[in-house]
Design a protein around this ligand. Structure first.
Ligand code: GTP
Ligand code: MG
Length: 202
């Protein structure tokens, strides 16, 4: 699947001010600075659509982008990160989590994880709580340009093994680099398939 057209619709401070439910939504969540906005730009094929920054806490609102007039990409504020302090934690906890829990048209929650790290407590807690709430999810390991292919495989295996201690079935895994522009086709293909399922289940 390719993206032909993408339009920024709005930034919403909370669930009740979001665009009406309708099109399937693909949501990017993850720790501040993990590369959510950069990945959105990579998928869209536009460098500066979503604002990115080396300072954590750049995205403070729920941002809706309508793709080909049929589905949404949604960029959320990042969750917990010591440097961003209490305010950024609140941005996510108040608006992001409510959105994830209550939005009926959420087709897939992509949880982004920095591929360089060993499984972090905050990421695992978030994955587990999303799973317990039956949120459909997939994991995206970002910044794969920062480590070797061997180290990437080792870290992904470690993640799979950690999750298998509590999960019977693993969610889909993807690896991306916004710098090298890799991982894009796999994710767009997955979204194309999910859109078909979403429409069939209406
Ligand atoms: P918040 O909005 O603060 O939650 O951050 P975010 O998750 O949207 O991260 P953002 O896309 O703004 O990227 C954070 C920093 O990481 C920026 O300096 C990006 O240039 C950098 N970055 C993002 N993705 C990649 C990647 O794949 N490779 C490399 N090398 N750098 C990346
Ligand atoms: Mg951002």
């Amino acid at each position: 699947m390719e993206i032909k057209q993408i339009a920024f619709i709005k930034s919403s401070p909370d669930l009740k001010t979001c665009p009406p439910e309708g099109p399937p939504e693909y949501v990017f969540a993850g720790r501040s600075n993990v590369g959510k906005s950069s990945l959105l730009n990579l998928l869209a094929g536009k460098k500066n659509l979503a604002k990115t920054s080396s300072t954590p806490g750049k995205t403070k609102l729920i941002n809706h982008y309508l793709v080909d007039e049929t589905w949404y990409l949604v960029d959320l504020p990042g969750y917990g990160f010591a440097r961003t302090g209490k305010q950024a934690r609140n941005d996510f906890m108040l608006s992001g989590w409510e959105f994830i829990r209550k939005r009926k048209t959420l087709s897939c929650l992509f949880i982004l994880i920095d591929c360089r790290h060993h499984p972090l407590e905050s990421d695992l807690a978030f994955i587990n709580i999303a799973g317990e709430n039956q949120v459909p999810l997939a994991l995206i390991f970002t910044k794969s340009d920062k480590i070797s292919g061997v180290a990437l495989e080792r870290n992904l295996t470690k993640y799979r093994n950690t999750l298998l201690q509590t999960w019977e079935e693993l969610p889909p895994f993807f690896a991306t680099s916004s710098l090298r522009q890799t991982g894009r086709e796999e994710i767009l293909h997955f979204i194309g398939e999910s859109n078909r399922n979403f429409l069939n289940n209406l």
